[in-house]
Design a protein around this ligand. Sequence first.
Ligand code: B12
Length: 309
Amino acid sequence: MINMVISDALLDIDQVNQLTGLSQATLRNWEKRYGFPKPQRSEGGHRLYHVEEVQKIREVVSLCKNGIKILEAIERVLKGTSPVSDTAVAISQPTSPVFVEPLNEGISQVLKALYKYDMDLAEQYLSRLGMRLSETDLLEMVYPKLLMKVGEDWENSRINIAQEHFSWNFLRTRLLNYFKSNRVGVNQPKVLLTTPPGELHEGGLIVLAAYLMLKGWQVYYLGVNLPMDDLLHAYEGIEPDIVCLSAIESENIEKNWNELEKMKCVVVGGPCLAELRVQELPESKHISLVGGNLHSAVAQMELLLHSAT
Ligand code: B12
């Protein structure tokens, strides 16, 4: 039974080997020599790695591949300095006002331009943010904020419907551009993304889809508010390795739980997780609730796929 939130998942050394490409010997060696990673131990003394730490190991590996020496790579990742550029990762440290400020400023510049219908200026500010951040960080840290801010400004009557539509469509189009990037890798998972009936919020779904496109996954994007029968029809036709459902309202997941269970590997994410009454739902073999940021959510999905094979 997988039915659980696995953002706090602990992985054994074999799983970490699969997810990072580092052999078990190297993982043990690094731990001894550099004090990184720092796994917990099971009662039986086996190493257990937190999913966030696995993400850090992957970042270290990626830095090393780019020619950074191991010690420096570890230091950078532990300090939170960027894998792509120093400024970029430093910006991802939410506790540092020095770095958060330029990011927030960049975001409000994009919004100001959008609210004046100035597409070129918005594009310029967005590219400027793109120069300081990796593409995945842009999806993790910038687009969600922009989408949310546009929605909130409209809800609070700070902008009118035309400004909201214009801004939303600008951002949606940029996110859809990732679909054209054609980066599908060999043997990459096939993923179907949608929202359940009644769920009209598309922001989270489209950001996740773009993120998976960047990772080279084969993305089948079915948009929002999909009737369950049609989802099952698509599931049979596409035969995805994994189905991602995004929802804000937990009810939209709860009332379709039994239908979702008919598919093999289903991941539910989004704000609905906070309210979902899992204990009151029938036990599930196929549905996983995946929280955390996009980096760790995708690591968890990789893990699920791995354990399903
Ligand atoms: C934009 C918006 C709308 C737009 C949506 C437009 C569109 N095309 O998407 C419209 C106007 C349609 C709308 C309608 C409604 N909305 Co609204 N909306 C929002 C708003 C402002 C932003 C949502 C957003 O885009 N966030 C940005 C995305 C990127 O964030 P995210 O969804 O959390 O996704 C991230 C993660 O959660 C994760 N993730 C998401 N999905 C998944 C899936 C998987 C598998 C994984 C791994 C990860 C993952 O990845 C994302 C990346 O960071 C929020 C305000 C807020 N503070 O959230 C309210 C909000 C979500 N809406 C709300 C409400 C109540 C409604 C309405 C009921 C309002 C009404 N009275 O009509 C309707 C319901 C419509 C429906 N049937 O679904 C409430 C929800 C309250 C709750 N239950 O928690 C909110 C929170 C506003 C509020 N403060 O009350 N809304």
